[in-house]
Design a protein around this ligand. Sequence first.
Ligand code: NDP
Length: 316
Amino acid sequence: MKYRRLGKSGLKVSEIALGSWLTYGTVTEREQAIACVRKAYELGINHFDCANVYGAKPHAAEEVMREALSPFPRESYVITTKAFWPVGQGPNDRGLSRKHIVEQVHQSLKALGVEYIDIFYFHRYDAETDLEESLRAVDDLITQGKILYAGFSEWPADKIAEGVRLQRELGLHKFAASQPIYNMFERYIEAAVVPICETAGIGQVVFSPLAQGVLTGKYRKGQPAPAGSRLATPGVNQFMRVTDEVLDKVEQLARIAQEAGLSLAQLALAWTLRLPNVASALIGASRPEQVEENAKASGVTLTDDVLSRIEQVLAN
Ligand code: NDP
């Protein structure tokens, strides 16, 4: 496993990170979830992602992660969590107010069984709360040692710029991490988010790099989704639109992968990691074998020829 610096921070994270959304604390059996996390750790993955809302109830995925990581020394892994989405019906059970952030960080620390969270993310931008209030709340938590680094997820470029400017003006701790979606079919960050983050020293931790499993080649045109797969699981958030056009491209990409001696999943992950601003490709996994296959994408450099053939497929 290779490691990269998260933006200009001193933190080193594994090129492949493992997340818990839609899997741990929900559809993936507890033992299986623990096996995935421990397999990842064994393969050198040191970066594990949670959010307060992941799992069947608030903090459920964090509790699974706590058990999975319990045999390992705290200093050897990076654990992240987030707040923003509703965790209850109360007026302060959501958003980025100082109250909600502090409350959720305390609950996450308890669920994860740790004394500090390595990276805390604002899960989305909160238009209802003054940005300075949210930034100061996290800054205080950093000063108290409860959080080490701050980040945001899926913020519009102008809000990132505003946050960076405010942190500079107010002398607050700077953002270290950005967590956006990024894969061959979802590339909006390339134009605006990456340039701002590069300038500000913020690293990308990109989620759904396999387009929720579509970029593994497991879904095929005219065939039902394999039993037990995400797309075959009712009630699971499948935001990827798996059209025939997408599946045609997947087939062509699978041929490029095969010729490059890689699985399609490995090609797709190495493709996201071609950008130096990407620190980790943040995968999900429902089985340890998936972690094993995906981890092998670390350290793979795609040739110019392979990269341009991928561009041709994606452009058509
Ligand atoms: P991926 O694109 O990596 O999809 C993961 C899913 O693809 C797995 O659960 C598995 O599903 C399938 N898969 C993975 N590897 C393989 C393989 N080698 N062969 C076959 N199938 C495979 O990422 P996710 O969409 O799961 O997101 C990853 C993480 O990113 C989340 O856990 C979360 O931590 C974070 N995230 C953050 C968001 C945010 O708003 N900040 C939003 C979404 C995710 P299955 O076996 O069930 O088919």
